[in-house]
Every structure is written in structure tokens, then in C-alpha cells.
Ligand binder design. Structure first.
Ligand SMILES: NC(=O)c1ccc[n+]([C@@H]2O[C@H](COP(=O)([O-])OP(=O)(O)OC[C@H]3O[C@@H](n4cnc5c(N)ncnc54)[C@H](O)[C@@H]3O)[C@@H](O)[C@H]2O)c1
Length: 252
């Protein structure tokens, strides 16, 4: 009988990519740990996903900027389930302020959540993956790391570019342990939270004028790619960053 793999997803109790990934990995047959900085929603989402998929899903409170807590959560998951097989670093933060006006708070918060949080999770998950002789890490970056645009914000763009570099080096270091490390760089991915911030015309314009496929992305689009990268079908893929933007920023 094949062993059930354990996946941990950060920031998985929102309305966007993280929760779609957690649901998809549960539907793929994994045991899933839903983590998020929002404590109450972790539990709610874990119960909802378990109810929808029949998978074992637990919620754990985790702010990825708290290195000590990241270490504790990785230890608890590995001890409770005997393995930590898939890690998806989804937590991200963006506030658009020009460099000339950016508050130090915005700069540090972006770097803390987007880059340091990703590093902490890898730092404390990798020793378990090395010990068990395999694992899979997928980091959520952004086309903001590639695109030359004022739309993304420099702190976010810089942090997400650093995530790509971190991904490549970690892949090089850990391939010999049977561990693959990849990143995914989405374009605009629609969710209920963004819908409240931007007018409908923004999404319509994006779909009509920028997307090659006539629509904006959905969280499920990213979840499908993560599901593939986490599977054995992607066994020869590591150190890569996959763009997923409906052609808005094709990257080759
Ligand atoms: N939505 C987009 O258009 C888009 C585009 C490109 C990249 N991304 C990236 O995809 C990822 C997911 O974005 P999303 O917009 O789908 O949101 P999401 O719904 O997946 O994430 C929001 C959740 O993040 C949690 N969170 C915030 N700070 C946290 C922290 N410090 N620790 C743990 N959890 C925290 C919030 O509580 C919330 O539940 C991010 O890394 C984002 O930068 C998003």
C-alpha cells in the first residue's frame, strides 16, 4: 500500500491560491496541514476541506515571520505524521509604494513575509526531508519578479525575485537527497478579496487587453500546476520557476 504523503501549505486559510492548493492536494490523496496567520480560519478551512475531500486535514496557526513558531510547527507535523513530504510556501504580502516614498515598514514587511517566511519554512522542513530521503517544495513567487512595471511594487518584486534564486540554490543543494524544489510565478489571480479592492472594469480590461486566453486567472489554475509539480509526473523537474499568467507575461 502506498504511504499517504503529508503536505503543509502556508497562508492556506484565505480566499485565494493557498486554500485552493490545500484543497487540491487533499483531493490528490494527501494528508494536508492548513496553516495561516489567521488562527480561527485555519481550523474552519481544515474542517471544510476534510468534509469536501474525505482527506485528513488539520489546521495549525502559523505566522511565517515567526521563525521559532515555524520550527515548532515543522517539528510537530513531522513527529505527528512521521513525514513531511510536500511544502508549499504560499504566504505573500504586497503594498505598492514608489521606492522614493516607501515606508521602511512596507519594505521590511514584504521581505519578512515574502522572502524570510519562505526561507524559515524551507530551513526547518528540509532537515526532515533530507532524513526521510525525499520531499518536494513549491514556492509561490510572482510575475512581478520578472515584469518591468510599476504595478507590482519594488519590495514585493525584489522579494519574489529572491524567492526564485532561493528556489534554484535549494534545488541544487538537495537533489541528491531526492528533494525537488520549484517555484510558480502567477500573474493576476482573481479572488473575492481582490474583487473588493479593484473595480470590475479592472478585471474586464485585464482579461480583454492583456490575457491571451481572454480571462484572469483563478486560484484553481495555480493549484493545478502545484498539484502537477508535487506529483511524480514532475520527477525530472527541479530548480525551475513556472509562469502562470494566461500569456500576460510569457517567460522563456
Ligand atoms: N492573487 C494574485 O493575483 C497573485 C499574483 C501573483 C502572486 N501571488 C502570490 O500568491 C500567493 C497567494 O496570494 P493570494 O492573493 O491568492 O492570497 P491567499 O488567499 O492565498 O493568502 C491570503 C492569506 O494569507 C494569510 N497571511 C498573511 N500574512 C501571513 C503570514 N505572515 N503568515 C501566514 N499567513 C499569512 C492571510 O491570513 C490570508 O488568509 C502570495 O504569495 C502572493 O504573493 C498572488
Amino acid at each position: 500500500m502506498t504511504k499517504t504523503r503529508t503536505a503543509l501549505v502556508t497562508a492556506a486559510a484565505g480566499v485565494g491560491i493557498g486554500s485552493a492548493i490545500a484543497s487540491q492536494l487533499a483531493a490528490d490523496g494527501m494528508r494536508v496541514v492548513v496553516t495561516d496567520a489567521h488562527e480561527r480560519r485555519c481550523q474552519e478551512y481544515a474542517e471544510r476541506i476534510a468534509g469536501e475531500t474525505g482527506a485528513e486535514v488539520i489546521g495549525m496557526h502559523l505566522d511565517v515571520t515567526d521563525a521559532k513558531r515555524v520550527e515548532t510547527v515543522m517539528n510537530e507535523v513531522a513527529e505527528r505524521f512521521g513525514s513531511l513530504d510536500v511544502l508549499v510556501n504560499n504566504a505573500g504580502f504586497n503594498k505598492i509604494e514608489p521606492v522614493s516614498e516607501m515606508s521602511l515598514e512596507t519594505w521590511h514587511k514584504s521581505l519578512d513575509i515574502d522572502l524570510n517566511g519562505t526561507f524559515y519554512a524551507m530551513r526547518f522542513a528540509l532537515p526532515y526531508m533530507i532524513r526521510q530521503g525525499g520531499g518536494n517544495i513549491i514556492n509561490i513567487s510572482s510575475i512581478g519578479a520578472w515584469e518591468c512595471s510599476v504595478e507590482h511594487g519594488s519590495a514585493y518584486a525584489a522579494a519574489k525575485a529572491a524567492v526564485m534564486a532561493l528556489t534554484r540554490v535549494a534545488a541544487a543543494e538537495n537533489g541528491k537527497h531526492g528533494i525537488r524544489v520549484n517555484a510558480v510565478a502567477p500573474g493576476l489571480i482573481y479572488n473575492d478579496f481582490l474583487r473588493k479592492i479593484y473595480p470590475k472594469e479592472f478585471f474586464d480590461g485585464y482579461a480583454q487587453n492583456r490575457s491571451f486566453v481572454g480571462r484572469v486567472g483563478e486560484p484553481q489554475d495555480v493549484a493545478n500546476l502545484v498539484s502537477f509539480l508535487a506529483s511524480d509526473k514532475a520527477g525530472y523537474i527541479t530548480g525551475e520557476t513556472y509562469g502562470i499568467s494566461g500569456g500576460v507575461f510569457p517567460h522563456a
